[in-house]
Write a protein that binds this ligand. Structure first.
Ligand code: QV4
Ligand code: CA
Length: 523
C-alpha cells in the first residue's frame, strides 16, 4: 500500500470512529430520561387502570415503577362496607382481589414492562387473616379457610405452619415491642402468624413470589418485615428466581424493600434488615413534616445536612416518602407531623424537596379521598376503603380533561408540581448537592451540580435573592409555576447569567412558594 493510501485508510477509520461516537452521543442526548428514579404507590387501583396509567402517563413522565396493592386472595370484610385493610389479611396466594383477576394482572405487568415501568408487589407473608375471622368461603376467590384451626387449604397451610406453639405471650399477640422475640413470633394485631423458620412455609411463600416473577414483576415490598426474622426473609429471597428475561437482563435479581417502622426506642432496628435489601425510612416523612410545619423550633435551614446526619439510615438503603397508606390515616407510626394531600401547599413543598434532594430512593403516594372524621384524636373513618360501588367493586380511575382524576381518586402523582419534580430527579440523577444557601430561617436553596437548582420560601416574608446556581447561562423555565412547552415557558422565567448567578423573587403568600429549574427545561 502506498503511504498515500495508508493515510486515506487512517482518515476513513478516524471518520468511522467519530461517526460511531457521534451516534452514541445523539442517542444519549435524545433520551433525557435514561435513568428513572421514582416509584409511585397506586394504592387500591385496579389492574386495568394501572396498565392504562403506565402507557398514558407514567412512562412518558419518567416514573420508574409502581407499588401495587397486594394481588393475592384476601378475607372479604364487610363493616358494612369493605375496609382497605382487608387486603392485609391473606387467605391464599391465588391472584384475585378487588384489583382484578390473574388475567388482568398478567396484562398489566406485560403492558407496564413494555413501556419500561416496573411493578413492585406488596407481599404479605408475615401472617394470614385475623385469628377471630371464623371459617367459611369468604376469600376474594371463594377459597375456604378456618382461622381458628389455622387451616388454609388453598395454600395449603395447617396449624403446624403457625407460631402458636412458639409465641410465649399469654394472649398469643405481641404485647411488648421491647422484646424482639415476641415482635417476630407472636401475632401482630391478632393476625395468625406464619412460622417462616420452616422450610415448608418458606417454600410456599417463595412459590408465590416466583409465580409473580415469572409473570414479570420486578420486585417486592415485604409487608410487616419487622415481624419476620431477618434471616428468614434472607432464606426466602435465596429461593427466588431471577427476573423474567423477556424484559430484564440475564441474572437480574428482584428489587427488595422491607417495611420496618423504626422510629427509635424499640428493640427491632432497621439495620438488621440491610443484608436483604432496602428498608423503609419512616423517620424521613416524620422529620420533614416537623420541619415544614416549623414545629419544635425546626426550620428549613436545618436541612443543610439532611440525610445520614439526621440519624437517617444510609442513603443507598433507604426507601423514602412523605406519607404512606398507613400514616396518612393514623395507622402504623409516624405521628401527627406527617403531611398528606390534605395540607396540599406544604405537601407539594415536602414532596418536591424530597425529589430534589439526592438522599434515598423516592416513593410517591397516590391516594383516594375518604370522609375523615376525627373523634378524640383518632379518625373513626380511617378504615374506609377505596371508591367503590354498592356491590363492593372498586371504581375505575377516570381522567378529567385537565389531567386530574375523578371518582374520588386524588392522584397526587398527577399534580404537575410533583410530576415535574419526578422528571427533575431523573435529569439531575448522580449529581452531588452543591451551592446550598439559606437565610438561617426557612428560605433555602441548593443545586445539583450543573443540572438543576431549587429554592424554597417557607418564611412569612418575601424572598429577594441573587444566588449562584451552578447552571450554564440561559433562560430557564420554572417547572413549579409552569413548564416548558415547545420553546415557550408557561411559568416564571429565570435568567442565569454567564457567571451562573440568577435573581429569584418568591412572594411568601404564593400558592407555590418555591422555584425549580433544570437543564431540560432551558429555553
Ligand atoms: C383488632 C385489635 C387487636 C386484636 C384483634 C383481634 O386491634 O388488638 O388482637 O382485633 O382479632 C385490622 C384492624 C385491627 C384488627 C385487625 C385484625 O384495624 O383493629 O385488630 O385488623 O382483625 C393493616 C391496617 C390494620 C389492619 C391490618 C389487617 O393498618 O389496621 O388491622 O391491615 O387487616 C405496625 C407494624 C407494621 C404495620 C403497621 C400497621 O409494625 O408492619 O403496624 N404496617 C403494615 C401495613 C399495614 C397492615 C399491616 C402491616 C398488616 O402497611 O397496612 O395493617 O399486614 O407498626
Ligand atoms: Ca411474625
Amino acid at each position: 500500500m502506498s503511504s498515500h493510501a495508508k493515510g486515506n485508510l487512517r482518515c476513513l477509520l478516524l471518520l468511522l470512529l467519530l461517526a460511531v461516537l457521534g451516534l452514541c452521543w445523539i442517542s444519549y442526548k435524545s433520551d433525557p430520561q435514561t435513568r428513572r428514579t421514582s416509584i409511585v404507590h397506586l394504592f387500591e387501583w385496579r389492574w386495568t387502570d394501572v396498565a392504562l396509567e403506565c402507557e398514558r402517563y407514567l412512562a412518558p413522565n419518567g416514573f420508574a415503577g409502581i407499588q401495587i396493592s397486594p394481588p393475592n386472595e384476601n378475607l372479604v370484610i364487610t363493616m358494612p362496607w369493605r375496609p382497605w385493610w382487608e387486603r392485609y389479611q391473606p387467605i391464599s396466594y391465588k391472584i384475585c382481589s378487588r384489583s382484578g383477576n390473574e388475567n388482568e394482572f398478567r396484562n398489566m405487568v406485560t403492558r407496564c414492562n413494555n413501556v419500561g415501568v416496573h411493578i413492585y408487589v406488596d407481599a404479605v407473608f408475615n401472617h394470614m387473616c385475623s385469628s377471630g375471622a371464623g371459617s367459611g368461603y369468604r376469600g376474594t376467590c371463594g377459597s375456604y379457610f378456618n382461622a381458628g384451626s389455622r387451616y388454609f387449604p388453598a395454600v395449603p397451610y395447617s396449624n403446624f405452619d403457625f407460631n402458636d406453639q412458639i409465641c410465649k405471650t399469654p394472649s398469643g399477640d405481641i404485647a411488648n415491642y421491647s422484646d424482639p422475640v415476641q415482635v417476630r413470633d407472636c401475632r401482630l394485631l391478632g393476625l395468625v402468624d406464619l412460622t417462616q423458620r420452616s422450610d415448608y412455609v418458606r417454600s410456599k411463600i417463595a412459590d408465590y413470589m416466583n409465580h409473580l416473577l415469572g409473570i414479570g414483576v420486578a420486585g417486592f415490598r415485604i409487608d410487616a418485615s419487622k415481624h419476620i426474622w431477618p434471616q428468614d426473609i434472607n432464606a426466602i429471597i435465596d429461593k427466588l428466581n431471577n427476573l423474567n428475561t423477556r424484559w430484564f437482563p440475564r441474572n437480574s435479581r428482584p428489587f427488595i424493600y422491607q417495611e420496618v417502622i423504626d422510629m427509635g426506642g424499640e428493640a427491632v432496628r432497621s439495620y438488621e434488615y440491610f443484608g436483604n435489601g432496602q428498608v423503609t425510612e419512616f423517620q424521613y416523612g416524620a422529620q420533614l413534616g416537623t420541619v415544614l410545619r416549623k414545629w419544635n423550633g425546626k426550620k428549613m435551614a436545618n436541612l443543610k445536612n439532611w440525610g445520614e446526619s439526621w440519624n437517617l439510615m444510609p442513603s443507598d438503603k433507604a426507601i423514602v416518602f412523605v406519607d404512606n397508606h398507613d400514616n396518612q390515616r393514623g395507622h402504623g407510626a409516624g405521628g401527627s407531623s406527617i403531611l398528606t394531600f390534605r395540607n396540599h401547599r406544604l405537601y407539594r413543598m415536602a414532596v418536591s424537596f424530597m425529589l430534589a434532594h439526592p438522599y434515598g430512593t423516592t416513593r410517591i403516594m397516590s391516594s383516594y379521598r375518604w370522609p375523615r372524621h376525627i373523634q378524640n384524636g383518632t379518625d373513626i373513618n380511617s378504615w374506609v376503603g377505596p371508591p367503590s360501588y354498592s356491590d363492593g367493586s372498586i371504581k375505575h380511575v377516570p381522567i378529567n380533561p385537565n389531567g386530574t382524576c375523578g371518582n374520588g381518586w386524588v392522584c397526587e402523582h398527577r399534580w404537575h408540581q410533583i410530576r415535574n419534580m419526578v422528571i427533575f430527579r431523573n435529569v439531575v440523577y448522580g449529581q452531588p448537592l452543591v451551592q446550598w444557601w439559606d437565610n438561617y430561617n426557612n428560605q433555602v436553596a441548593f443545586g445539583r451540580d450543573g443540572k438543576g437548582f431549587i429554592i424554597f420560601n417557607n418564611d412569612d416574608r418575601n424572598l429577594f435573592e441573587m444566588l449562584p446556581t451552578g447552571l450554564p447561562a440561559g433562560i430557564y423555565c420554572d417547572v413549579i409555576t409552569g413548564q416548558k412547552e415547545g420553546n415557550h415557558c408557561t411559568g416564571i422565567e429565570i435568567h442565569v447569567a454567564a457567571n451562573g448567578l440568577a435573581n429569584f423573587y418568591i412572594n411568601s403568600q404564593a400558592e407555590n412558594p418555591y422555584i425549580a429549574i433544570h437543564v431540560e427545561a432551558k429555553l
